[in-house]
Design a protein around this ligand. Sequence first.
Ligand SMILES: Cc1cc2nc3c(=O)[nH]c(=O)nc-3n(C[C@H](O)[C@H](O)[C@H](O)COP(=O)(O)O)c2cc1C
Length: 216
Amino acid sequence: MAAADAHQYLPRDGHGLAHDPFNAIVGPRPIGWISTVDAEGRRNLAPYSFFNAFNYTPPIVGFASTGWKDTVANIQATGVFCWNLATRDLAAAMNVTSAPAAPGQDEFDLAGLTPVASSLIAAPRVLESPVNFECRLTQSFKLTTAAGDEVETWMTFGEVVAVHIDRRLIRADGVYDAPAGEPILRWGGRGDYIAVEPAAMFELLRPTKADIPPLV
Ligand SMILES: Cc1cc2nc3c(=O)[nH]c(=O)nc-3n(C[C@H](O)[C@H](O)[C@H](O)COP(=O)(O)O)c2cc1C
């Protein structure tokens, strides 16, 4: 793309468009649907799409909270959280759990979801969700700007210490059937999501050393 064909901007000066395209460009994003409890054991559940996986061994996931929110406060207090897969049939319930509920108000109740005890941690799992990761807090810190100024955004990382997968999502050959779970992803503007269609999948294996021409 030649510069003449580009809409260019410096984020600090504004994007000059009807809506900030940043979120729509960096997508689709998996949803970190995070269940926690506070120090008194009161339940909390909320979605975070600044979420991803960051390590295989041990498995580590993380998310960013733009502002100090109940989820972050609860994880700071208890050191644990549970991640739940947000699926197409749970989309409306997931959305309800994003409501700005008061601290201590139970979003499981608000959304009509069933909390079920985790095996290793105090935070409950969402029974209706087909995959849950029980996580222990590994790191949390505030983001900074390039100039070193603190941003009111908290990063939280956790090691996945226990995994629950609905057997319906494990194929006869032992492979996890990712599309069968019908995960939903955040993509596009306000309120836009995308569902995963198996037909949209394609395979691309990573190059090996043998594929690289020798240096001359
Ligand atoms: C799909 C979706 C994704 C969201 N992603 C984020 C996010 O990445 N970071 C964030 O701070 N808030 C995000 N929100 C908003 C929070 O869910 C909302 O502020 C919620 O009330 C926080 O709940 P809590 O205070 O119980 O933690 C998202 C909302 C939705 C519906």
